[in-house]
Design a binder for this molecule. Structure first.
Ligand SMILES: O=P(O)(O)OC[C@H]1O[C@H](OP(=O)(O)OP(=O)(O)O)[C@H](O)[C@@H]1O
Ligand SMILES: O=c1cc[nH]c(=O)[nH]1
Ligand SMILES: [Mg+2]
Length: 211
């Protein structure tokens, strides 16, 4: 797995505002979208291109477009949904699939409660969106799900990661080419498996308290 922490003054500034406990949901959603756009610029750097012939007002010429099959963006519900709009604005040819996963906060087990993905992902470059990589259980489970559908190239975009989660991802998925882009690797996990210093529960901060 290749890990990329994207260092940029705008990312550092926006991330600090996102972490603040007093940042309200509407601003939290806006900052999340902006951060994803900045991360997506880096995370899509290696998208493959193909030639396309076009007509400008002056002449015919050969330009570039993102190679087919189209990239697939997969937000992990709920919190990953907050990253979707920024991502598809940056990658307009992408298709979107959905995975719904929730971490049981007592056992930390992952429940997959929804899926709407193509049956065969052979040859697709898949971009997984989830703001938080804590224990790594959710992302490991998502990559495993995509692997079962024949995906072999997966780029994960997260806002925050914990060292424990990164270590867990490093151990798995030898057969999948995984790139991970993050705005920050935080210090550690708390005893309740929250990212420290973190930003709290991303899903709740985006959408309100679950249950
Ligand atoms: O690395 P892990 O330990 O698996 O934890 C990370 C997961 O926890 C959060 O989702 P949550 O389960 O809270 O669901 P939600 O998005 O619906 O709030 C977050 O968005 C990740 O998906
Ligand atoms: O810090 C954390 C850990 C898991 N999920 C979150 O939303 N936040
Ligand atoms: Mg949550």
């Amino acid at each position: 797995m290749q890990v990329h922490v994207v260092e940029h003054p705008l990312i550092a500034h926006k991330l600090t505002e996102l972490r603040r406990q007093e940042t309200p949901s509407n601003i939290f959603r806006q900052l999340t979208e902006e951060l994803v756009m900045l991360l997506a610029y880096e995370a899509t750097r290696n998208l493959e291109l193909e030639d396309v012939e076009i007509q400008t007002p002056v002449t015919k010429t050969v330009g570039k477009r993102v190679m087919r099959p189209r990239p697939l963006v997969v937000p992990i519900l709920r919190a990953g949904l907050g990253m979707l709009e920024g991502m598809v604005r940056m990658a307009p040819t992408a298709e979107v699939g959905f995975l719904g996963m929730a971490r049981n906060e007592e056992t930390l087990d992952i429940v997959t409660y929804a899926e709407r993905l193509p049956a065969d992902l052979t040859g697709r470059h898949v971009f997984v969106l989830d703001p938080m990589l804590a224990t790594g259980g959710t992302l490991a489970e998502s990559i495993n799900f995509l692997y079962q559908r024949n995906a072999r190239r997966v780029t994960c975009i997260c806002l925050l990661g914990a060292p424990e989660g990164l270590a867990r991802l490093e151990e798995s998925h030898g057969d999948v080419d995984v790139d991970l882009y993050l705005a920050s690797i935080d210090e550690k996990l708390t005893d309740k498996a929250y990212i420290y210093p973190g930003l709290g529960d991303a899903g709740d901060r985006l959408y309100g308290v679950a249950e």
